[in-house]
Write a protein that binds this ligand. Structure first.
Ligand code: ADP
Length: 247
Protein backbone atom coordinates (compact mmCIF):
# COMPACT_ATOMS: atom_id res chain seq x y z
CA UNK A 1 0.00 0.00 0.00
CA UNK A 2 1.07 3.58 -0.52
CA UNK A 3 2.14 5.70 2.42
CA UNK A 4 -0.33 8.25 3.81
CA UNK A 5 -1.25 10.75 1.09
CA UNK A 6 0.13 14.26 1.38
CA UNK A 7 -2.36 16.67 3.01
CA UNK A 8 -1.76 19.02 0.07
CA UNK A 9 0.10 18.43 -3.14
CA UNK A 10 0.25 20.84 -6.03
CA UNK A 11 1.42 19.65 -9.42
CA UNK A 12 2.64 21.81 -12.29
CA UNK A 13 0.18 24.67 -11.80
CA UNK A 14 0.16 27.47 -14.39
CA UNK A 15 -2.15 30.49 -14.29
CA UNK A 16 -2.52 33.30 -16.79
CA UNK A 17 -4.65 36.46 -16.46
CA UNK A 18 -5.40 38.15 -19.78
CA UNK A 19 -2.31 36.65 -21.38
CA UNK A 20 -0.06 37.55 -18.43
CA UNK A 21 1.52 34.65 -16.56
CA UNK A 22 0.97 35.02 -12.81
CA UNK A 23 1.91 31.46 -11.81
CA UNK A 24 4.26 29.13 -13.64
CA UNK A 25 5.19 25.53 -12.98
CA UNK A 26 4.24 25.44 -9.29
CA UNK A 27 4.77 22.05 -7.66
CA UNK A 28 5.20 21.05 -4.03
CA UNK A 29 3.73 18.71 -1.47
CA UNK A 30 3.23 19.00 2.26
CA UNK A 31 4.27 16.47 4.87
CA UNK A 32 1.55 15.53 7.39
CA UNK A 33 1.86 17.55 10.59
CA UNK A 34 4.13 20.27 9.26
CA UNK A 35 3.73 24.04 9.35
CA UNK A 36 4.54 25.39 5.90
CA UNK A 37 4.91 29.14 5.26
CA UNK A 38 4.52 30.75 1.85
CA UNK A 39 6.39 34.02 1.40
CA UNK A 40 6.62 36.55 -1.40
CA UNK A 41 6.08 40.21 -2.20
CA UNK A 42 2.64 41.65 -2.92
CA UNK A 43 1.59 40.46 -6.34
CA UNK A 44 3.92 37.42 -6.26
CA UNK A 45 1.00 35.02 -6.71
CA UNK A 46 0.33 33.69 -3.20
CA UNK A 47 -3.41 34.37 -3.08
CA UNK A 48 -3.88 33.15 -6.65
CA UNK A 49 -2.20 29.86 -5.70
CA UNK A 50 -4.37 29.51 -2.60
CA UNK A 51 -7.52 30.23 -4.65
CA UNK A 52 -6.58 27.52 -7.14
CA UNK A 53 -6.02 25.04 -4.30
CA UNK A 54 -9.50 25.90 -3.00
CA UNK A 55 -11.08 25.62 -6.47
CA UNK A 56 -12.22 29.26 -6.26
CA UNK A 57 -10.50 29.87 -9.60
CA UNK A 58 -9.25 27.52 -12.31
CA UNK A 59 -5.67 26.96 -13.35
CA UNK A 60 -4.83 26.75 -17.08
CA UNK A 61 -2.71 23.72 -16.28
CA UNK A 62 -1.92 21.46 -13.34
CA UNK A 63 -3.88 20.46 -10.26
CA UNK A 64 -3.96 20.39 -6.49
CA UNK A 65 -4.79 17.38 -4.35
CA UNK A 66 -6.02 17.25 -0.77
CA UNK A 67 -5.08 13.95 0.87
CA UNK A 68 -4.70 12.44 -2.58
CA UNK A 69 -8.06 13.58 -4.03
CA UNK A 70 -8.37 16.42 -6.54
CA UNK A 71 -9.23 19.67 -4.78
CA UNK A 72 -11.98 20.28 -7.33
CA UNK A 73 -13.78 17.46 -5.49
CA UNK A 74 -16.06 18.90 -2.77
CA UNK A 75 -15.50 15.90 -0.52
CA UNK A 76 -11.74 16.43 -0.64
CA UNK A 77 -12.15 20.05 0.44
CA UNK A 78 -14.23 19.03 3.47
CA UNK A 79 -10.92 18.05 5.08
CA UNK A 80 -9.58 21.59 4.99
CA UNK A 81 -10.45 24.82 6.67
CA UNK A 82 -9.59 28.16 5.11
CA UNK A 83 -9.26 31.75 6.26
CA UNK A 84 -9.21 34.29 3.41
CA UNK A 85 -6.92 37.30 3.31
CA UNK A 86 -9.87 39.66 3.66
CA UNK A 87 -12.17 37.92 6.08
CA UNK A 88 -15.60 39.58 6.13
CA UNK A 89 -18.61 37.69 7.41
CA UNK A 90 -22.03 39.32 7.28
CA UNK A 91 -22.01 42.37 9.55
CA UNK A 92 -25.49 41.46 10.82
CA UNK A 93 -24.40 38.14 12.32
CA UNK A 94 -23.34 37.91 15.93
CA UNK A 95 -19.93 36.28 16.47
CA UNK A 96 -21.46 33.10 17.89
CA UNK A 97 -23.93 32.93 14.97
CA UNK A 98 -21.04 33.15 12.53
CA UNK A 99 -19.28 30.26 14.28
CA UNK A 100 -22.48 28.21 14.21
CA UNK A 101 -22.82 28.86 10.47
CA UNK A 102 -19.15 28.07 9.76
CA UNK A 103 -19.37 24.75 11.60
CA UNK A 104 -22.68 23.86 9.94
CA UNK A 105 -20.91 23.85 6.55
CA UNK A 106 -18.86 20.97 7.95
CA UNK A 107 -21.96 19.33 9.49
CA UNK A 108 -20.60 20.04 12.96
CA UNK A 109 -22.43 21.37 16.00
CA UNK A 110 -21.12 24.40 17.80
CA UNK A 111 -20.09 23.90 21.43
CA UNK A 112 -20.46 27.40 22.89
CA UNK A 113 -18.26 26.65 25.91
CA UNK A 114 -15.50 25.41 23.65
CA UNK A 115 -15.89 28.55 21.51
CA UNK A 116 -15.46 30.75 24.57
CA UNK A 117 -12.42 28.81 25.78
CA UNK A 118 -10.75 28.94 22.38
CA UNK A 119 -11.62 32.63 21.96
CA UNK A 120 -9.69 33.43 25.14
CA UNK A 121 -6.70 31.47 23.77
CA UNK A 122 -6.70 33.86 20.82
CA UNK A 123 -6.93 36.95 23.01
CA UNK A 124 -10.55 37.42 21.90
CA UNK A 125 -12.87 38.53 24.71
CA UNK A 126 -15.56 35.78 24.76
CA UNK A 127 -18.21 38.45 25.51
CA UNK A 128 -17.67 39.88 22.03
CA UNK A 129 -19.17 36.69 20.56
CA UNK A 130 -22.60 37.91 21.68
CA UNK A 131 -22.21 41.10 19.61
CA UNK A 132 -22.78 41.80 15.92
CA UNK A 133 -19.77 41.50 13.62
CA UNK A 134 -20.54 44.97 12.16
CA UNK A 135 -19.24 46.60 15.34
CA UNK A 136 -15.96 44.65 15.43
CA UNK A 137 -12.57 46.26 14.86
CA UNK A 138 -10.35 44.71 12.16
CA UNK A 139 -8.33 42.78 14.74
CA UNK A 140 -11.39 41.38 16.51
CA UNK A 141 -12.91 40.35 13.16
CA UNK A 142 -9.68 38.60 12.23
CA UNK A 143 -9.67 36.71 15.53
CA UNK A 144 -13.26 35.57 14.90
CA UNK A 145 -12.22 34.24 11.48
CA UNK A 146 -9.30 32.41 13.04
CA UNK A 147 -11.50 30.99 15.78
CA UNK A 148 -13.91 29.64 13.16
CA UNK A 149 -11.04 28.15 11.14
CA UNK A 150 -9.71 26.34 14.22
CA UNK A 151 -13.10 25.20 15.53
CA UNK A 152 -13.92 23.40 12.30
CA UNK A 153 -11.20 20.97 13.42
CA UNK A 154 -10.10 20.07 9.87
CA UNK A 155 -6.90 18.11 9.21
CA UNK A 156 -5.50 20.80 6.91
CA UNK A 157 -5.58 24.54 7.63
CA UNK A 158 -4.97 27.04 4.84
CA UNK A 159 -4.62 30.58 6.13
CA UNK A 160 -3.98 33.59 3.89
CA UNK A 161 -2.16 36.28 5.92
CA UNK A 162 -3.56 35.12 9.29
CA UNK A 163 -1.42 37.60 11.27
CA UNK A 164 -2.84 40.63 9.45
CA UNK A 165 -4.52 43.10 11.80
CA UNK A 166 -3.28 41.36 14.96
CA UNK A 167 -1.29 43.16 17.63
CA UNK A 168 1.92 41.54 18.98
CA UNK A 169 0.13 39.92 21.91
CA UNK A 170 -2.52 38.32 19.68
CA UNK A 171 0.20 37.25 17.22
CA UNK A 172 2.01 35.39 19.98
CA UNK A 173 -1.24 33.67 20.96
CA UNK A 174 -1.89 32.75 17.33
CA UNK A 175 1.58 31.27 16.95
CA UNK A 176 0.99 29.18 20.08
CA UNK A 177 -2.34 28.07 18.68
CA UNK A 178 -0.71 27.04 15.40
CA UNK A 179 1.95 25.07 17.27
CA UNK A 180 -0.81 23.48 19.32
CA UNK A 181 -2.63 22.45 16.14
CA UNK A 182 0.59 20.92 14.83
CA UNK A 183 0.94 18.93 18.06
CA UNK A 184 -2.52 17.56 17.39
CA UNK A 185 -1.29 16.31 14.01
CA UNK A 186 -2.84 19.01 11.82
CA UNK A 187 -1.02 20.35 8.79
CA UNK A 188 -0.86 24.11 8.32
CA UNK A 189 -0.20 26.07 5.14
CA UNK A 190 -0.16 29.84 5.50
CA UNK A 191 1.14 32.98 3.87
CA UNK A 192 2.55 35.92 5.78
CA UNK A 193 4.57 39.06 5.35
CA UNK A 194 5.83 38.79 8.91
CA UNK A 195 8.94 36.80 8.16
CA UNK A 196 10.11 36.62 11.77
CA UNK A 197 6.90 34.73 12.61
CA UNK A 198 7.43 32.41 9.66
CA UNK A 199 11.01 31.79 10.74
CA UNK A 200 9.90 31.05 14.28
CA UNK A 201 7.21 28.45 13.67
CA UNK A 202 7.54 27.01 10.17
CA UNK A 203 9.13 23.64 9.50
CA UNK A 204 9.49 24.55 5.83
CA UNK A 205 8.92 27.55 3.63
CA UNK A 206 8.15 28.15 -0.01
CA UNK A 207 9.46 31.36 -1.56
CA UNK A 208 7.54 32.72 -4.51
CA UNK A 209 8.57 35.60 -6.75
CA UNK A 210 6.86 36.78 -9.93
CA UNK A 211 4.81 33.60 -10.05
CA UNK A 212 7.67 31.15 -9.60
CA UNK A 213 8.30 29.06 -6.54
CA UNK A 214 12.07 29.14 -6.47
CA UNK A 215 12.79 27.71 -3.02
CA UNK A 216 11.22 24.98 -0.90
CA UNK A 217 12.99 23.90 2.27
CA UNK A 218 13.69 24.81 5.85
CA UNK A 219 14.05 28.46 6.89
CA UNK A 220 17.54 27.51 8.14
CA UNK A 221 18.58 26.23 4.71
CA UNK A 222 17.20 29.36 3.04
CA UNK A 223 19.11 31.66 5.39
CA UNK A 224 22.26 29.59 4.93
CA UNK A 225 21.94 29.92 1.12
CA UNK A 226 22.22 33.67 1.48
CA UNK A 227 24.55 33.64 4.50
CA UNK A 228 22.08 35.62 6.56
CA UNK A 229 20.80 35.11 10.09
CA UNK A 230 17.48 36.84 9.45
CA UNK A 231 14.88 35.40 7.09
CA UNK A 232 13.89 38.91 6.06
CA UNK A 233 17.40 39.77 4.87
CA UNK A 234 17.79 36.40 3.15
CA UNK A 235 14.48 36.98 1.36
CA UNK A 236 15.49 40.46 0.19
CA UNK A 237 18.83 39.11 -1.05
CA UNK A 238 17.10 36.30 -2.87
CA UNK A 239 14.80 38.53 -4.89
CA UNK A 240 17.44 41.15 -5.61
CA UNK A 241 20.03 38.65 -6.71
CA UNK A 242 17.92 36.34 -8.85
CA UNK A 243 16.07 37.27 -11.97
CA UNK A 244 13.80 34.29 -11.53
CA UNK A 245 11.24 35.67 -13.96
CA UNK A 246 13.56 35.10 -16.90
CA UNK A 247 14.13 31.37 -16.24
P1 ADP B 1 -0.17 37.99 -3.72
O1 ADP B 1 -1.23 37.22 -3.03
O2 ADP B 1 1.17 37.31 -3.67
O3 ADP B 1 -0.09 39.42 -3.29
P2 ADP B 1 -1.89 37.69 -6.04
O4 ADP B 1 -2.00 36.22 -6.20
O5 ADP B 1 -3.02 38.42 -5.41
O6 ADP B 1 -0.52 38.03 -5.29
O7 ADP B 1 -1.64 38.33 -7.47
C1 ADP B 1 -0.70 37.80 -8.40
C2 ADP B 1 -0.78 38.61 -9.68
O8 ADP B 1 -2.01 38.31 -10.33
C3 ADP B 1 -0.76 40.11 -9.46
O9 ADP B 1 -0.01 40.70 -10.48
C4 ADP B 1 -2.21 40.50 -9.55
O10 ADP B 1 -2.35 41.82 -10.01
C5 ADP B 1 -2.74 39.51 -10.58
N1 ADP B 1 -4.17 39.20 -10.38
C6 ADP B 1 -4.72 38.66 -9.27
N2 ADP B 1 -6.05 38.50 -9.44
C7 ADP B 1 -6.33 38.95 -10.68
C8 ADP B 1 -7.54 39.04 -11.46
N3 ADP B 1 -8.71 38.62 -10.99
N4 ADP B 1 -7.44 39.55 -12.72
C9 ADP B 1 -6.26 39.94 -13.22
N5 ADP B 1 -5.08 39.88 -12.57
C10 ADP B 1 -5.11 39.39 -11.30
Amino acid sequence: MTATASPLSVHDVHKTYAGRKVLADISFSLVPGEIFGLIGLNGAGKTTLIKIILDLINAQQGDAKIFGAKSTNLQARSQLSYLPEKFQPSRYLKGMEYLDLALSYYRKKLDKNEAQEKAAKLDLDPKVLALRVGGYSKGVGQKLGLLGAFMVDASLLILDEPMSGLDPSARIKLKNMLLDQKKQGKTIFFSSHILSDIDEICDRIGVIHEGKLFFIGTPQAFKANYQETSLEKAFLNSIEGTDVASH
